[in-house]
Design a protein. Structure first.
Length: 343
């Protein structure tokens, strides 16, 4: 579906000399103007996201799979899987999605599967494709709906990252996500927190900096499944701007030791038993060559060449979305982190 109506609306608003701030200022007190402002708000909302049927991953857990690795006007920002559990107490979101419109689509799918309301939302980290749909869940289930995240994630969503991601997704999708409002998490969770949802237990795992400083992984205990957010991906290359390579390996070790999980569910790519292994091989091929280059005093170009020659990296290159565009940057980040570790 074309996101054109949203951008056409934006243009018309600009012609009218009305920015978003002006629209909300119009609302107060004047019924006619207030109705006008309401119409404008609808007008600048991006179009609905087409339905994607959920796939069942385990007894309680379902996933709406995102086939694309990156946001575009065509996919309207749907680049991140949306995973949820249907429990005897209600529906629990393991990340909510990347826009108001994506959240509304997800709620339509949930209502086809169960009459139960959504009773809790978790946000795995602060990258906007995972939580901007909180807006849709608050609209549908009320302001008292608990939204849980690590305190670092909440700080970032309330701070620079929240607005940054909202703007980026609007830009990358040609404003298909327009109308999405930032709804930050309202409850902190830490490592070891456990939630009882009747027939299902959810356990929170956090092992320091991995993909970001505030990642939480969510173990669905009875189903022997863990949602790992972006700590691990399947045939995608992760954004490591705020992450750590050794921190990621540490996180994998701890998840394997401390969960009884046989299925790993990533935010990007397919769920399965091999997800941690696949990502570990790719990252080890990047990290170990950067450490070796730093130890030998070799420049970053030599590190990059060694990474690309590494069979673990070469094996992943062809099947990994975003590989060519990102490998140089992520080698640089690994090299910088290896330098920092060496001192
Ligand atoms: Zn992420």
């Amino acid at each position: 579906m074309s996101p054109a109506p949203a951008s056409a609306a934006r243009r018309r608003l600009l012609q009218l000399g009305l920015g978003t701030a002006a629209c909300s200022a119009l609302g107060a007190g004047w019924p006619a103007l207030s109705a006008f402002a309401g119409e404008l708000e609808d007008f600048i909302k991006g179009p609905p996201v087409p339905d994607i049927a959920p796939q069942r991953l385990s007894q309680h857990v379902w996933m709406i799979y995102a086939p694309d690795g990156f946001p575009t006007p065509e996919n309207q920002g749907l680049m991140c899987n949306v995973t949820f559990a249907i429990t005897s107490e209600g529906v629990v979101m393991l990340d909510s999605g990347g826009s108001l419109q994506i959240g509304e689509m997800v709620i339509r799918q949930i209502r086809r599967l169960t009459d139960k309301p959504v009773v809790a939302v978790f946000n795995s980290h602060y990258h906007g494709d995972h939580w901007l749909a909180n807006h849709a869940f608050e609209d549908a289930y009320g302001k008292d709906l608990p939204i849980y995240a690590h305190p670092h994630t909440t700080r970032e969503i309330r701070g620079v990252q929240g607005n940054l991601w909202r703007g980026l997704l609007e830009r990358w999708t040609n404003q298909a996500t327009a109308g999405t409002r930032i709804v930050p998490p309202n409850h902190d969770v830490e490592h070891g927190a456990e939630f009882d949802f009747g027939d299902l237990t959810l356990r929170v795992h956090h092992y320091g900096v991995a993909h970001t400083p505030g990642d939480i992984c969510l173990e669905v205990v009875e189903d022997r499944l863990t949602y790992v957010g972006d700590v691990a991906m399947d045939r995608r290359i992760a954004n490591m701007d705020d992450g750590s390579y050794p921190g990621t390996f540490h996180c994998y070790d701890e998840l394997e030791r401390n969960t009884g999980s046989a299925i790993w569910v990533p935010g990007h790519g397919h769920a399965g038993a091999q997800v941690l292994h696949w990502n570990r091989e790719l990252f080890a091929g990047i990290w170990e060559n950067c450490v070796a280059a730093v130890e030998q005093g070799l420049p970053i170009d030599a590190a990059r060449a060694a990474v690309l020659r590494d069979p673990r990296v070469a094996a992943s290159a062809a099947e990994t979305l975003g590989f060519d565009a990102n490998i140089g940057k992520y080698v640089s980040l690994a090299y910088l982190e290896a330098e920092k570790e060496a001192f």
